[in-house]
Design a binder for this molecule. Sequence first.
Ligand code: DLL
Length: 449
Amino acid sequence: MGALSNAEVGLRSTTGSARYFQPDAETMPREQLAALQLGRLRDSVRNACEHVPVQRARCDAAGIVPDDIRSLADLQQLPFTLKSDLRDHYPFGLFARPCHELARLHASSGTTGKPTVVGYTAQDISNWADLMARSLHGAGARAGDVVHNAYGYGLFTGGLGAHYGAERLGGVVVPMSGGSTERQVALIMDFRARVLCATPSYALAIAEVAEAQGVDLRTSALEIGMFGAEPWSQAMRLEIEARLGIKAVDIYGLSEIMGPGVACECECRSGLHGWEDHFLFEVIDPDSGQPLPEGEAGELVITTLTKQALPMLRYRTRDITRITTAPCDCGRTHLRILRVTGRNDDMLIIRGVNVYPSQIEAVLVGRPRIAPHYQLVVERRGKLDHVTIEVEAAPGVDASSYGDVSRDVAHHVKSMVGVTTNVHVKAPGEIPRSQGKAVRVRDLRPKGA
Ligand code: DLL
């Protein structure tokens, strides 16, 4: 028997019919928004210059005095901040508040060297909760909803970020974190979760475990998935929606700027609203550093406007996307960033062709005879990079046809992405499943080559 819907058990409540979580901010006319941004930009630069010696030295060198910032165009005179700056000034060198004034620290572990550490005042945490609640509400979540939070809790910003946001919304949070997937399935059913927060790859792993247990999550109370923290394709969205019977919403963020909720899709799902009352968004040419006109793809650069503990000036995210300020049907006035296709660092150059793993994913997911799990193995042969796509046969596909499946996949990747690859078909279950961010690329090239 299917679970009762939340409406049937009376879980939906107070904010049911309101269209926006913070109507004044979310629908602020763009002129007014720009005026607010200008004042906040000046404050943010002042905060950085007065309290962060590294930032002051940089602004001095660029001849910038906070009070001289007279228009948003002056932003372009500010120096960039890089991820390496956080590492070079580890742990607290870019903080504008002493450690004892902070409410929380988060960190991301790099593959090499020191982690990236970020800090928040109580006010920063509160603003973050607001933006995350705004994001959840825009995606359709409401007060009273049971929010099953499978983002990892701990130093990663996903778990606590979604947790505080869901609480701020008035949701009933189930603080699961990642892992114990069978238990996740049972609790989603038993607690009648309406909203699932997870990485898209982990959502798929949950769906798979449910199916293996004979549980049909499509009959559960789940209606909305808030998926982010890793690149994912439209094909993956359709796959997850079909297997979980939900609406899958894209949410973006990064710890250096805040965490989840920097930008999120609304009910229209045609781009992610970047919350411009708290951040300034630019897209630049990653090679020249020059700003690109609206609509052109390049590296996303974000400046924080309200962060107290860690004001970020023109932070280079390495994420590749496009921006549009065209009005959205939802009535929110904030610009939209388009789906982040990948990080600059993840781009592979296969015989001269630039490829992001998500482009290959778009071809793989939904293809007949293979499951939506994959890894790309990159090797150096002679002077050339060589990519093997490891895919998994769908359950029930006979091993004698793996050769045929491999040729079919290679053919479609060649015709749709333009690169020649080897395709290695593995048996069901052989590709590792993620509980957080999926590892899509195994890079076997010699380090430093
Ligand atoms: O991943 C914050 C987050 C948690 C976002 C939960 C959304 C949901 P970091 O660990 O610092 O923070 O990783 C940030 O992940 O620069 C992107 O490369 C990637 N990323 C995050 N969201 C998306 C998305 C969190 N929706 C890095 N699409 C970012 C594509 C994403 N990539």
